[in-house]
Design a protein around this ligand. Sequence first.
Ligand SMILES: C[S@@+](CC[C@H](N)C(=O)[O-])C[C@H]1O[C@@H](n2cnc3c(N)ncnc32)[C@H](O)[C@@H]1O
Length: 402
Amino acid sequence: MNQTFWFNLNSTNQELSQAEVEEVFRQEGFHWSRDKKGGFHLYQLDRSPTTQILNRLGGTIWVSQEIDKASNLEIIQEKVEVVSQEELKKHSFKRFALWFYDNSKYDPQASQFLSQELKPKINLSYLNFRQPRLSHKQLQFNLILVIIKHKKTFYLLKLIWYYPWESFIWKDKSKIFIQPTAGMLPHKLSRMMVNLSLPTSPSKLPSGYYLLDPFAGSGTILIEALDQGIPVVGIEKNPTAFAGLKTNLNHLADNVQTKTKYQLYQGDASRLHRIVKEKIIAVATEPYLGPAFRWRTNRYQKKYLTTSQHPDKHIDQKQITEIVNNLEKLYYLWLKHQALILKPEIKVVVIFPLLHFHERFYRIKLIDNHHLEGYTLYQGPFVIKSQRDLAVRRQILILRKK
Ligand SMILES: C[S@@+](CC[C@H](N)C(=O)[O-])C[C@H]1O[C@@H](n2cnc3c(N)ncnc32)[C@H](O)[C@@H]1O
């Protein structure tokens, strides 16, 4: 029997979140259909997603199960009363909230009904329906009932899972070695990249295969893979970063007591065919994205770009082009040599930079010119939302070995 779930992709990167959710469904063997309503994605699934499966997700998502639907609010009101009584019996905490969402359109009648009639009757706290998303605090301390209005129908939903943001924030802060100048890849993005790269559920991966990160840095991607029980191989060229990487993964192994295997190599990703001996099942990586840029303002309030290594040197257009060309060379060699060790259809989830300089974007032309020797572009690019004046923006691409 079909079951209906509403996935609210709170993420600012909606397309990426959607790709991740559907990739995890595919890996876990779900059949599904989807309908999109604003930030809500209505999924009909052939079975309930377990908490274990939902906990795999890295995107900022919350999931509700549909309890009922009706054409008017009075009928929904009766359902809310019944459901809230049932839930109060089941749970020791007595905090409930009702949240009304109508695709951001203001409906004064519905609003009045909820706040003046429904709320006093069932003693629920009522959240402001005009805010487009629920805050994590609200999700954490309340059992949320949600009413959604769509095409004149009211749906009553019960929250069954929300993004475990506390644990992800904790991970971002608790690594022993971090690389501030290399740009910190958040754990949630790393988690999404790992999920997007796998051919199947981590529990069904063939034994003896590894996920590869050839530009491992402090190991965020590797940690997110190990966290799901996936064996990993990491390469890192810089000696300081390599030592830090080892510290981070050893610390994880000691503290979480994971027995999942990891292999680390200090070396050059553009020669990885001579380094990696393991069989690779997936690749997820954030390569070197160029020097760390800084915007500065001179005394005439004009902005100029510098790098953290040379804070006094102004960067001009010619230098930006040169930086992009050098990055292209590195990526080209890495991908070409990596193709020698990958089996067909292996996915490579990679972050490429999008350099933003004086209102112009400088792209990695490998993608535009299809110079991806041995690969096809499978999905993306998904441009990651970032601050407006950031000189380097990230975009995620999913390549597939031919
Ligand atoms: C953007 S950082 C990766 C950050 C990583 N995702 C993390 O969570 O820390 C890129 C890393 O690639 C390393 N690197 C640069 N060139 C390399 C190469 N040719 N081979 C291997 N690693 C390289 C840099 O030292 C840097 O640590």
